[in-house]
Design a protein around this ligand. Structure first.
Ligand SMILES: Cc1cc2nc3c(=O)[nH]c(=O)nc-3n(C[C@H](O)[C@H](O)[C@H](O)COP(=O)(O)OP(=O)(O)OC[C@H]3O[C@@H](n4cnc5c(N)ncnc54)[C@H](O)[C@@H]3O)c2cc1C
Length: 315
């Protein structure tokens, strides 16, 4: 008699994953890692200890294992079926902030807000706008995040990456061809550090800038909701929210997924929404905007994973 031994896919991956100093968590739900708080599990979440640990992982991981880099998860919608690969989540070993000459150097896991407040303490100007962006530095560079007339590309001096083969290198902003909410990064690379151009500033002025940005944000956006920020990019010469409003989509909902009444380009999980409801709502908005104005809205929120849970048992 032949006994068929069933092994989960995560177990198979576990057997062949490199022995790192960082941490693996298997079949971990990703909902707790994103602002939307929805989505299924990843086969494995890998938290590298430091840069050399990350390099070791990328050099030695199985070629068949796909991976995705998660920052603070403030611009990501993970689908309900989860992600059938590794999610790389940078942590403490990547959160140092220092000042060297006329540059502020921050690890990719440092939160944008922490970087802005560090600059305030050191009477440094140039990075104040980061205070209202709820992501981490890696995500800010990858998305060329921006607000109130500033973008990361205006202040970026250089960025350090580990490429898909595990090599560490430094790139200039020109090499990233940064444009509106986009950086062209080498395929599969992980940003590990970034340096920003800074200048000494007046403490009172810097503090005022910060307060002004925080107030503006509080007035115009649902900052405490389960959201992913702007759902769609602004098309040229027009704000996405205006098109959404004109198409009658302010406040519309599918299940517990809702377009915010306060800022109608923000989508909200009002409690217990599924990723599918959120994505379907977004597609409905795109369809209505196209019908009303002829404009094709482009998702700014990055969607990853499968709609349906994959069969995870193999013989
Ligand atoms: C309430 C709210 C307000 C927001 N306001 C703004 C705003 O004013 N302006 C703005 O630009 N955005 C805004 N956003 C969107 C979001 O905060 C930004 O895009 C942010 O920069 C994403 O950073 P993150 O660390 O959360 O990245 P994630 O959402 O985790 O990831 C976003 C992308 O970056 C990639 N990435 C993340 N880290 C790395 C890394 N280390 N190496 C390589 N790739 C990486 C991911 O793979 C993914 O493709 C807002 C979001 C929310 C929830």
């Amino acid at each position: 008699m032949v006994t068929v031994v069933k092994k989960s896919l995560s177990q198979i991956q576990k057997d062949v994953l490199p022995s790192v100093r960082g941490r693996y968590s298997f079949d971990t739900s990703l909902s707790g890692l994103t602002w939307f708080q929805v989505g299924g599990p990843a086969y494995v979440v890998y938290k590298p200890e430091d840069v050399s640990d990350l390099q070791y992982f990328l050099k030695n991981k199985p070629n068949t294992l796909s991976y995705f880099v998660m920052g603070a998860g403030s611009n990501i919608l993970v689908r309900d079926g989860g992600y059938d690969g590794a999610v790389i989540k940078l942590g403490r070993g990547f959160s140092q902030i220092t000042i060297e000459n006329d540059e502020l150097i921050a690890g990719a896991a440092a939160l944008d807000r922490t970087v802005a407040m560090f600059a305030v303490q050191h009477h440094i100007t140039g990075v104040e706008f980061l205070v209202t962006i709820p992501g981490a530095i890696g995500g800010a560079v990858a998305m060329n995040a921006g607000c109130y007339g500033f973008e990361v590309k205006d202040i970026l001096a250089w960025v350090e990456i580990v490429d898909a083969q595990g090599n560490l290198s430094r790139l200039s902003p020109y090499e990233l061809s940064m444009s509106y909410r986009k950086s062209v990064l080498p395929e599969g690379c992980v940003i590990v550090r970034a340096a920003f151009k800074i200048a000494p500033g007046n403490a009172v002025d810097i503090q005022q800038n910060i307060q002004q940005y925080l107030q503006l944000r509080e007035m115009s956006q649902p900052t405490k909701g389960r959201t992913g920020g702007s759902t769609f990019k602004n098309p040229e010469h027009v704000a996405a929210w205006e098109l959404i409003d004109q198409a009658g989509c302010r406040g519309i909902s599918i299940g517990a997924a809702k377009m915010s009444d306060k800022h109608c380009n923000f989508m909200l999980n009002t409690g217990g929404a599924s990723a599918s409801e959120l994505e379907r709502l977004g597609e409905l908005v795109r369809q209505k905007v196209k019908g009303k104005s002829g404009q094709e809205l482009e998702w700014e929120i990055i969607r990853i994973g499968h709609e349906e849970e994959l069969k995870r048992e193999v013989a």
